[in-house]
Design a protein around this ligand. Structure first.
Ligand SMILES: [Ca+2]
Length: 462
């Protein structure tokens, strides 16, 4: 009897020691606002992103990862809740888990429940108040509008929104939000190493979100000749009107962009340059954090995930920002590096952000909560050649999109009727310049994809 009690006690003690010694992996969760896969590791050469490229070489890069909603708050609320958007849920940039998915335990809360120390650094949810109970700490230094020049500070004071859409102050990194976040995360990693408690540490970098404010040295990485403009600054042939917008976010918030009419031609390369500079700034912060992780010799006990909350229009289809269902706004970066998974692997299969919650649980050895609507990507992390999903789904406002291996198809509904649709053949038209949905020779493809959307709505919307 004594022996049996001793055995049970010893087993549970081992369980405790196992946890306390940090055998449950730490999670380093890096979210980069408005980052599109315009990075070296995605085969793009314009932007300098050596640190994210290094992370990709140490893990698995997903070439075809899709966000659920191409706007900040909704994309994040979907990822953190593990739920898909519907006509009633996750519609806007301000969407929240608390208000729209109040009944479920979110990703950070679930890890906290399993003994993790959870830290929200920077922009993780749209509002730092969203699902506060899931975090042991919330650190949100001053936000996007960190103007440094006197003229912009003055304009911003008297303007409801912001000032110029770009600025290149000659300041140290940690004068701006990204640098402050990197400093804090480095401290968090040191504490995690010392305490041994498994930690879920997030890094919410807000650049390259507008306004493009980055220290001058990141702007100086690029000369005029390095700036590449979109090859298709025009609406696709046959594009439904509802699929296009006038870059409202850019026009509404920033005083150097007119509210209506064409955006001044001379500003366009500046916008592209600003995007490059801001990506390189965030990339450098990722580098500092990864260097510290290596210095602390924590790589073998840490799952690192890096994702951009949605894609971004760099002038493609004459649009800027996101807020549309073209591939440039839905396809976003996703990289996972963890002990025991492939190194330098490239997964071509389709995945979606609703898969991130189950994947992290699976990698950490936690049971998957029953409410999750995505699937674990662990098989693809172990073998990136594994096929992904047959179809992935996104939505924005009244538009639903399905991406399959070859095609991207979208439908807009009004009172149960399809009012607009578009189909792009990615094998022949990867830039989505010609909507072929109404061509008779594609009627079967349209019917098949429309059926996929109808089944999806029936399964998740009703
Ligand atoms: Ca965003």
């Amino acid at each position: 009897m004594f022996f049996r009690v001793f055995l049970v006690f010893a087993t549970s003690l081992i369980g405790l020691v196992f946890q306390a010694s940090g055998k449950l992996p730490h999670i380093l969760f890096i979210s980069i606002d408005d980052l599109r896969p315009e990075l070296g590791c995605y085969g793009k050469t314009q932007i300098k992103s050596p640190h994210i490229d290094r992370l990709a070489s140490e893990g698995v890069l997903f070439k075809r990862a899709y966000c659920q909603v191409p706007t900040c708050g909704a994309s994040r609320a979907s990822l953190f809740s593990g739920l898909r958007p519907t006509p009633k849920r996750f519609l806007t940039a301000k969407s929240s888990v608390d208000e729209e998915a109040g009944g479920v335990i979110d990703l950070a809360g679930y890890f906290k429940q399993h003994g993790y120390y959870t830290v929200s650094n920077g922009k993780i949810h749209h509002s730092p108040k969203d699902r506060e109970s899931s975090w042991d700490e919330v650190f949100r230094p001053n936000g996007y509008m960190q103007y440094q020049t006197p003229e912009n500070i003055e304009i911003a004071k008297n303007n409801k929104w912001g000032a110029a859409c770009w600025e290149a102050p000659d300041v140290e990194d940690n004068v701006l939000q990204g640098g402050k976040i990197a400093d804090k995360v480095i401290e968090d990693l040191r504490k995690a190493k010392e305490s041994g408690q498994p930690s879920f540490i997030t890094v919410g970098l807000t650049k390259p979100h507008l306004p493009f404010i980055a220290p001058k040295k990141y702007w100086d990485l690029y000369s005029k000749e390095d700036i590449k403009m979109a090859p298709n600054p025009f609406a696709p042939k046959n594009a439904p009107k509802i699929s296009l917008h006038n870059s409202r976010e850019l026009r509404l918030f920033y005083t150097d962009v007119p509210e209506k009419g064409p955006i001044p031609q001379e500003l366009l390369p500046k916008l592209v340059h600003g995007y490059y500079a801001c990506v390189s700034f965030s990339d450098a912060m990722v580098g500092r954090i990864l260097d510290e992780l290596d210095r602390l010799e924590m790589r073998e006990e840490t799952i690192v995930i890096l994702w951009g909350d949605h894609g971004w229009q760099l002038g493609e289809h004459d649009m800027w920002v996101k807020h549309c269902v073209y591939n440039t706004s839905l396809n976003a970066p996703l990289i996972v590096s963890a002990p025991g998974i492939a190194q330098g692997g490239v997964a071509e299969g389709l995945v979606e952000f609703v898969d991130i919650y189950p994947t992290l649980c699976d990698l950490a050895g936690l049971e998957l909560p029953g409410h999750l609507q995505g699937d674990s990507m662990k098989p693809m992390l172990e073998d990136p050649a594994q096929p992904g999903k047959d179809a992935v789904f996104s939505r924005f406002r009244t538009g639903d999109t399905v991406r399959t291996d070859r095609y991207m198809y979208s439908e807009w509904m009004d009172e149960g009727e399809i009012v607009a649709r578009m189909l792009y053949d990615h094998e022949k038209d990867p830039w989505e310049n010609e909507n072929i949905a109404e061509y008779p020779e594609f009627s079967d493809v349209v019917a098949n994809h429309s059926k996929l959307l109808a089944e999806h709505r029936k399964r998740y919307f009703d």
